[in-house]
Design a protein around this ligand. Structure first.
Ligand code: URA
Length: 331
């Protein structure tokens, strides 16, 4: 849904998450107003031990930069990131020898009062330093972001509903200066600790462990990250069945499929069994060629469209951004 054609609709489907919105606003407000002089944390420097905490870990040839939110009490006292309880959990959960590949830094370098989550404005102010740290480490190929703060700060273009609990474990390419790096979001270890009950490990621990294991296992086989700029003008609007098959038959597999849908009920993702449910538009892409055609659109109805969709669904390998959703419309 909303993958190719109507990102705005997808954005407004649910109330946007506050953090992402504020982060985007902070970045837009004045992209030049960054650095310590505009940071609200500067006035608390006298109350903490390590303002502007430096990056740590492997600073010679790391291929991974692990980025947290902000230093906690222990980190501030010792002057090193990830040495308190959540840092200990992180280091213990990293696969064997993984720590040697990593440098460690936070989005915000000064400890916020009472260990609160840093605000979007603080993250934005500190972003100049984080980006400088990344620039100084040309060997870094991938960033492991812990929790929502690195996600909001480094991938502000994600839709607000893509919170850390939804997107953790999914690698994505991000541009930092001239470079494109892999960004891999995972849960923050302090959230994992908080999920711990009286007995055994926390509810979030299996996901956290699995994310870290997969990330370090797959890192060596990740190809080079690339960012494909998507230009809506490149979508070919197809008007006949012959034209549709003409493009589809030449597409490389897997073919990405996306549907635009509607129903009479406001505020829900339309499902085929809902009142007034309609499949408005289908789009298909192999990354090079992207086509879209009306299915049951108020301005155009194509009798052939469903056959074309079913042909692709049953005769080719295909993927979808939200596979379960697309499947409900074709099965
Ligand atoms: N939490 C973080 O996000 N960073 C640290 O350095 C320690 C705890």
């Amino acid at each position: 849904m909303g993958f190719f054609l109507d990102d705005k609709a997808a954005l407004t489907e649910k109330p946007p998450q506050q953090g992402r919105r504020t982060a985007a606003r902070a970045a837009k407000a004045d992209p030049n107003a960054v650095g310590c002089d505009v940071c609200p944390l500067k006035k608390h420097w006298a109350d903490i031990d390590t303002p502007k905490m430096p990056i740590s870990g492997n600073l010679k040839d790391p291929d991974v930069l692990i980025i947290g939110e902000a230093p906690g009490e222990w980190e501030d006292r010792k002057g090193v990131a990830f040495v308190g309880d959540s840092g200990k959990l992180l280091r213990e959960t990293l696969p064997a020898r993984a720590a040697q590949r990593c440098a460690f830094q936070n989005v915000v370098r000064c400890r916020p009062q009472n260990n609160r989550t840093p605000t979007a404005a603080e993250a934005h102010a500190c972003s100049i330093h984080l980006r400088a740290d990344i620039d100084h480490l040309p060997s870094v190929r991938a960033i492991l972001g812990l929790g929502g703060v690195p996600l909001d700060n480094l991938v502000p273009e994600l839709p607000p509903k893509s919170t850390i609990t939804i997107v953790h474990g999914i690698k994505m390419p991000i541009a930092i200066g001239e470079r494109v790096l892999w960004f891999f979001p995972t849960l923050h270890p302090s959230a994992v600790l908080r999920s711990q009950g009286k007995f055994g490990e926390g509810r979030l621990m299996p996901s956290f462990r699995s994310d870290l294991r997969h990330f370090f296992r797959d890192l060596d086989i990740f190809g080079k990250p690339t960012i494909r700029k998507f230009n809506p003008e490149d979508v070919i609007i197809v008007r006949t069945e012959e034209e549709a098959y003409g493009y589809i038959d030449k597409m490389r597999h897997p073919i990405a499929i996306d549907f635009e849908t509607a129903c009479d009920i406001k505020g829900v993702a339309p499902k085929p069994y809902m009142i007034g449910a309609r499949l408005l538009i289908a789009s298909m892409s192999d990354g090079e060629t992207t086509i879209a055609f009306a299915v049951d659109h108020p301005e155009q109805h194509n009798d052939w469209a469903i056959d074309v969709i079913l042909h692709v669904v049953f005769k080719s390998s295909w993927i979808a951004h939200n596979l379960v959703y697309e499947l409900t419309w074709v099965i």
